[in-house]
Design a protein around this ligand. Structure first.
Ligand code: ADP
Ligand code: TRP
Length: 348
């Protein structure tokens, strides 16, 4: 089962920005779907610590989140034999290609990038200089992301909807390069895979809005049991009395239960749905069911996560081996690009 997908398979790549402790929404919306893709694709997943540096200024925090995100993916079932799994800053080839592609990217394209435009609009609204607080990392962010994608010859890039424009930019940048140097080397043009939001795959958080670090409403994945129970109790519900029938689809705890539960707990989800619809089940009881399911499913992952987070654990070896694999892949592409554009130093 743990064999690498054979060469010739399409490449699926995604980056995870280490800006906080992973939460239930990340597991359901990003980690699980990406792990499913590893069955059919040559998968390349990495921790985007260079990208996090555009907003994180505390070295301890950056290190902690990088390890924590890596440990989370491994605990959730990522098999490093099957997936090329690494930390972005361990692969200097990425940075070399970053310069080359910067020189082929129109500044106007960056001016139109959503994240940069949003920062400018906010400044203008506040009567500030439009570029106040904008660092060049934020401005160049989409180029670095294009490099991540192109250097690994990615076919598909599973991302949240907010990252769609960045993948389109990567395709644009590949197109610009191919237009000029296509006779010598062509980049593969990537495509995004985004979740279908019409299927309601957004996990609500502690205030009923989308669970997100930016709203400070998350349930972190690896809380100790007691804290997990405390947070589950804080999920909002309305004041419908116990006896009355309830609509499960508008209940935040039920939606979390439904989206989080694996096939092992499908029967619990269906039973609970029927009991809510029939009346007689209160929100307190629903939260107990949710806690039990979360805790039962998370417990084995938490144990593995805690072990991986110990200093000197297997995590370091896994990431060192991943970096080597990633550098081999990136190096093969980079040397062809250097050749194609005329950067052929004698040392190589
Ligand atoms: P956050 O909003 O907490 O900062 P990120 O933007 O880092 O989360 O999200 C990383 C990935 O996790 C994205 O692919 C995103 O789609 C997914 N994700 C985040 N929050 C949720 C959620 N509440 N429901 C489903 N998927 C989510
Ligand atoms: N920008 C992505 C985010 O904020 C993270 C990321 C960096 C990424 N490089 C990538 C995602 C390459 C997909 C492909 O979530």
């Amino acid at each position: 089962m743990s064999q690498a997908v054979t060469s010739g398979a399409k490449v699926s790549l995604t980056g995870i920005k280490p800006t906080g402790e992973p939460h239930l929404g990340n597991l359901v919306g990003a980690i699980r779907p990406a792990l499913t893709l590893t069955e059919a694709y040559d998968s390349v997943y990495f921790i985007a610590d260079y990208h996090a540096l555009t907003s994180l200024r505390d070295p301890k925090e950056l290190r902690q989140y990088t390890r924590s995100v890596a440990a989370t993916w491994l605990a959730a079932g990522l098999d490093p034999k099957r997936t090329t799994f690494y930390v972005q800053s361990d692969v200097p080839e990425i940075f070399e290609l970053n310069w080359a592609l910067s020189c082929m990217t129109a500044k106007g394209l960056m001016n139109r990038a959503h994240a940069y435009k949003a920062a400018r609009d906010k400044n203008v609204e506040a009567g500030e200089d439009p570029d106040a607080g904008v660092n060049m990392g934020l401005y160049n962010y989409p180029i670095l992301m294009a490099v991540d994608i192109l250097i690994m010859e990615s076919d598909v890039v599973p991302v949240g909807r907010d990252q769609l424009q960045h993948v389109e930019y990567a395709a644009d940048i590949a197109g610009s390069f191919n237009h000029v140097y296509g006779k010598n080397y062509t980049f593969k043009v990537p495509e995004a895979i985004v979740p279908d939001e019409s299927r309601g795959q957004t996990l609500p958080g502690l205030d009923g809005r989308k669970m997100s670090k930016s709203y400070d409403n998350t349930i972190p994945l690896f809380l100790p049991e007691k804290k997990l129970l405390k947070l589950v109790r804080r999920i909002p519900t309305d004041s419908t009395p116990v006896e009355e029938p309830k609509d499960p689809s508008t209940s935040a705890p039920f939606r979390i239960l439904e989206q989080f539960a694996s096939a092992d707990h499908a029967h619990v989800v269906e039973d609970t749905r029927k009991r809510l619809e029939a009346g007689g089940m209160g929100w307190g009881e629903l939260k107990n069911v949710l806690f039990e399911v979360l805790n039962t499913e998370i417990a084995p992952l938490r144990e593995r996560y805690d072990a991986l987070m110990e200093p000197g654990s297997e995590l370091d070896t896994v990431l060192a081996e991943g970096a080597q694999k990633a550098r081999d892949r990136a190096g093969r592409v980079l040397s062809q690009v250097r050749e194609a554009i005329g950067l052929t130093g004698v040392a190589r």
